[in-house]
Design a protein around this ligand. Structure first.
Ligand SMILES: Cc1cc2nc3c(=O)[nH]c(=O)nc-3n(C[C@H](O)[C@H](O)[C@H](O)COP(=O)(O)OP(=O)(O)OC[C@H]3O[C@@H](n4cnc5c(N)ncnc54)[C@H](O)[C@@H]3O)c2cc1C
Length: 392
């Protein structure tokens, strides 16, 4: 009944992606243009052009946009291959936040919005942002949303402050979450707006210094200062932002899991090679039981994570929303892969915390994964509420 065989076509594409990332993108990991605030736009464009030449750019896009439209299960296989380098998804245009944004826009944008804001992102010509989190408002609890959109006759005027907005600097496709204030003309409540990043009223206050360095242009603090948008800038329907965010979140959580599984597998490969070749106390490190156990624990965790991701993807492919399933998998995978990366650092000894290998970068980048798209505790809070409401 359950078949774990990977279809030949998917396996072939996986091998192509893996070879591309290994041969063409891994060398960029030591490029000085990989800065504290992520790859520069110049470096991103260069990598994207390589993926375009290889015929692999935005492979996950729907067929109507020239992509290969893989199922969720197929994506699990392909995104893992892309994640072999933390820069692989950036090159292939399947990194966050663009990948989740493309998914959302493909579902709810109208034809005009698709042409203006989605197609250029799919083609790798411009980047996108999803601006929800606020220093004193929306975070784990989006109901605390403070950014306000006031309807003044034909336009909305938006004011508020956001932070941790990935890629804000230089992005052109902006999805902004704001609360439409009660008005006599129509509905109110949390709403998504879609606009160009060059619109007056969007001000990048600064880019935050963070532990991770693989998201293009890092994470920005953004102020909306009387940002005036026409009613046509509403994405979907007024008052439906939280529902749309959920639509984006279930698959986006899983693609994070897939990419980080690829990165953790790379860390494990590097740790294994080190354990086989470095000696201590008269034999290779790998022959010490303490090291062998760490390698085995990693292998067990990697395979558990892979199977769990495939299962949640299968629920999405069968038409379910997968909210509960993706929540369980994201909580488990983010915790387990972080432990894998930590054990890899340990096996490498002092070299593990240096830039002599990419393991230190994988470790520090992966730390944030336990926070975004729902911190572990928030997923556990939701899971326990669901289980308590509907005991088996
Ligand atoms: C690398 C990175 C990139 C990001 N990119 C974006 C982006 O592009 N756009 C965007 O809008 N946001 C982005 N975020 C923000 C991210 O979505 C938030 O950090 C996340 O939702 C948590 O919100 P918060 O940081 O406000 O933490 P808070 O909501 O203040 O929570 C802090 C901690 O409190 C605990 N907690 C909260 N609620 C509960 C609960 N119900 N039960 C138990 N414990 C709880 C958890 O331990 C949690 O970690 C990004 C974050 C990171 C780290």
């Amino acid at each position: 009944m359950i078949d774990f065989e990977i279809p030949a076509e998917t396996a072939a594409l996986r091998d192509q992606i893996r070879a591309f990332v290994n041969d063409k993108i891994v060398p960029y990991e030591t490029d000085p243009r990989l800065t504290r605030h992520g790859p520069t736009e110049e470096m991103r464009t260069e990598m994207v052009e390589l993926a375009r030449e290889a015929g692999l750019l935005t492979f996950q896009a729907p067929a109507r946009f020239g992509g290969r439209e893989p199922s969720h299960v197929d994506q699990a296989v392909l995104f893992e291959a892309a994640g072999w380098s933390t820069l692989g998804p950036v090159a292939l245009n399947c990194a966050a936040p663009d990948e989740g944004n493309m998914f959302l826009l493909g579902k709810i944008a109208n034809e005009q919005q698709v042409e203006e804001f989605l197609v250029p992102v799919i083609e790798g010509r411009q980047r996108s942002v999803f601006a929800m989190t606020e220093p004193d408002g929306a975070g784990s609890d989006p109901n605390q949303l403070k950014t306000e959109a006031v309807f003044d006759g034909s336009d909305y005027v938006i004011n508020g402050r956001k932070w941790l907005i990935t890629g804000a600097n230089g992005a052109r496709t902006w999805i902004i979450m704001a609360r439409v204030a009660p008005n006599e003309h129509g509905p109110d409540g949390p709403t998504l707006f879609l606009c160009d990043g060059d619109t007056p009223g969007i001000e990048i206050e600064r880019v935050m210094n963070t532990m991770d360095r693989n998201y293009v242009e890092g994470h920005g603090v953004v102020v909306f200062n009387d940002l005036r948008l026409p009613a046509s800038a509403v994405l979907g329907e007024v008052g439906q932002a939280l529902r749309y965010a959920q639509l984006r979140l279930a698959p986006a959580r899983l693609t994070h899991c897939m990419r980080w599984l690829g990165a953790a597998s790379r860390a494990q490969a590097i740790a294994i090679e080190h354990a086989r070749t470095r000696t201590g106390f008269g034999k290779p490190l790998a022959e010490h039981q303490g090291v062998g156990f760490m390698i085995a624990d990693n292998e067990i965790a990697l395979q558990q994570c892979r199977l769990a991701i495939w299962w949640a993807c299968w629920t999405l492919d069968s038409g379910a929303k997968g909210r509960h399933e993706s929540s369980m998998v994201k909580a488990m995978v983010s915790e387990e892969l972080f432990k894998v990366a930590d054990r890899c650092v340990q096996i490498l000894g002092g070299m593990g915390i240096s830039d002599e290998t990419p393991v230190a970068m994988i470790f520090s980048d992966m730390r944030a994964f336990r926070l975004y798209d729902g911190p572990t505790e928030v997923h556990k809070y939701a899971i326990s509420r669901q289980v308590l409401r509907n005991p088996r």
